[in-house]
Design a protein around this ligand. Structure first.
Ligand code: 5CA
Length: 439
């Protein structure tokens, strides 16, 4: 992509309305535009990151055996009357009427709809286990939307729903999602800690929130520092095998949100030097809620003995749009964002330090073409800005690799390679640059 033809509306000034660094940097880097309180347009740079995150979530859901579908954003109120949640959900639910005065709502979550789909088709325990997910926009009319994408009203969520014949099988499905979440967040360069949590309006009695520690986070948390160093399973983890050793390892170390924190247990289990009381960002939450929805909505299957039994369910959410903010909170410095490679909007940015100089232009063009041919995502800064401004923009938008191309280096056939994460610089022969930068 040539920056001269791209749409990257960088802000020079710090936007006043942004209270936390991720919101400030998203606005300054031209990733996001607020259209109404808690409702945002994703500008091209932000959209690229959102899609990268979405794809990692998708790959790890698929690896764990979940199956993707897509449900609509609008749902019938009557469906929610069946579960009893139409009234229970309260003012957070955006209620809408169509031209025939039928009551609709913009879905805040999809337990009811997926249960309706399930019961229409699945009649026997032989079709289980089943885990269906989608990645779709949600709406929650939060009383105080704030911190940009962190607490929006419209936000992108991955939500998965598992169906099992009994509690033991349902716990296996829960464990699969638990492991998939460990992998998902680690791939994005995040340390997300599973913590025991309250179930809230989703219901049930077993739940974990996955929390990225950050002072700006909205959740108060208590944990044993040892939990920060536990190993994340690699991609060869066998989802059909016994996952309980992994779950035991992660859940035997104290980690709880303030809602379910037990002070006495904390003090007896966690040595004083290991106690960590801090705040964090909830990037995902998983629930096992048994027969809560299958009882009320009559989602039964014929069990092995032929009798009708309500299925045992769980639901599993990831805050896809919130993750963009969470990653920036974890990965930035005074100059801007530092994207982990897996979620970066581009892998490489070429800075032409003397636009209009024939040799510099030619070298940049050559490198741009070579990298593009290798399938590398490149942003080529071919604008007529000064070198200093180009450096500042590149640092702000956080692309992992910067290639500085100017007449001084080129006189010796060299370019400068800068790694955004640690600022290290290296002089590399122009002819070798493309090979170095291909993944
Ligand atoms: N049905 C369940 C699981 S699918 C559910 O809705 N869970 S949830 O309420 O915990 O939401 C899932 C994830 O969505 C949260 O962990 C959080 O990361 C994200 N999320 C929730 N509310 C917001 C919001 N207002 N803005 C941005 N992300 C949000």
């Amino acid at each position: 992509m040539r920056l001269s033809r791209y749409f990257l509306p960088i802000l020079k000034e710090n936007p006043k309305e942004a209270e936390i660094v991720s919101h400030r940097l998203m606005l300054r880097a031209g990733m996001l535009r607020q259209e109404a309180a808690g409702i945002y347009a994703w500008l091209p740079l932000g959209h690229r990151v959102l899609k990268k995150i979405e794809q990692i979530v998708r790959e790890e859901q698929n690896r764990a055996g979940a199956i993707e579908l897509l449900m609509p954003t609008l749902q019938l109120a009557d469906l929610w009357r069946e579960s009893g949640r139409y009234d229970a959900y309260g003012p957070e639910m955006l209620r809408i009427a169509d031209r025939h005065k039928r009551e609709l709502l913009y879905g805040p979550t999809n337990e009811e709809m997926i249960t309706e789909i399930f019961r229409a088709y699945v009649k026997s325990y032989k079709s289980l286990p089943l885990n269906l997910y989608h990645i779709q926009w949600k709406f929650r009319d939060e009383q105080r939307p704030r911190f940009g994408v962190m607490r929006g009203r419209e936000f992108l969520m991955k939500d998965a729903y598992s169906f099992d014949v009994d509690e033991a099988a349902a716990r296996k499905s829960y464990n699969k999602m638990f492991v998939a979440y460990l992998r998902t967040f680690a791939r994005m360069g995040l340390k997300a800690i599973p913590m025991r949590a309250e179930t809230g309006p989703i219901g049930g009695d077993l739940s974990h929130e996955f929390i990225v520690l950050a002072e700006t986070g909205e959740s108060g948390v208590y944990c044993d520092k040892d939990v920060l160093n536990l190993p994340v399973p690699d991609q060869n983890v066998d989802y059909d095998g016994d996952l309980t050793p992994i779950i035991k390892q992660w859940t035997s170390v104290y980690a709880a949100t303030e809602d379910v924190h037990e002070a006495a247990r904390y003090e007896s289990e966690v040595p004083e030097a290991n106690r960590l009381q801090t705040r964090g960002i909830e990037v995902g939450q998983i629930f096992y809620f048994g027969t809560k929805y299958s009882d009320s909505m009559k989602a039964n299957v014929a069990g092995p003995d032929g009798t009708d039994t309500p299925i045992h369910g769980g639901s599993y959410g990831v805050g896809v749009s919130r993750l963009v903010g969470a990653i920036i909170e974890a990965c930035h410095d005074d100059n801007g964002i530092i994207w982990p490679e897996e979620v970066a909007p581009f892998r490489v940015t070429i800075l032409n330090l003397k636009q209009g100089d024939a040799a510099t232009d030619a070298a940049c063009e050559q490198l741009y073409k070579e990298l593009t041919a290798k399938g590398v995502d490149v942003l080529y800064d071919d604008t007529d800005q000064r070198a200093g401004a180009k450096f500042a923009t590149a640092d702000l938008i956080g692309i992992p690799w910067q290639v500085h191309v100017g007449p001084r280096g080129l006189a010796e056939g060299k370019i400068e390679l800068k790694r955004r994460s640690d600022g290290s610089k290296e002089s590399v022969a122009l002819a070798e640059a493309a090979a170095r930068l291909a993944p």
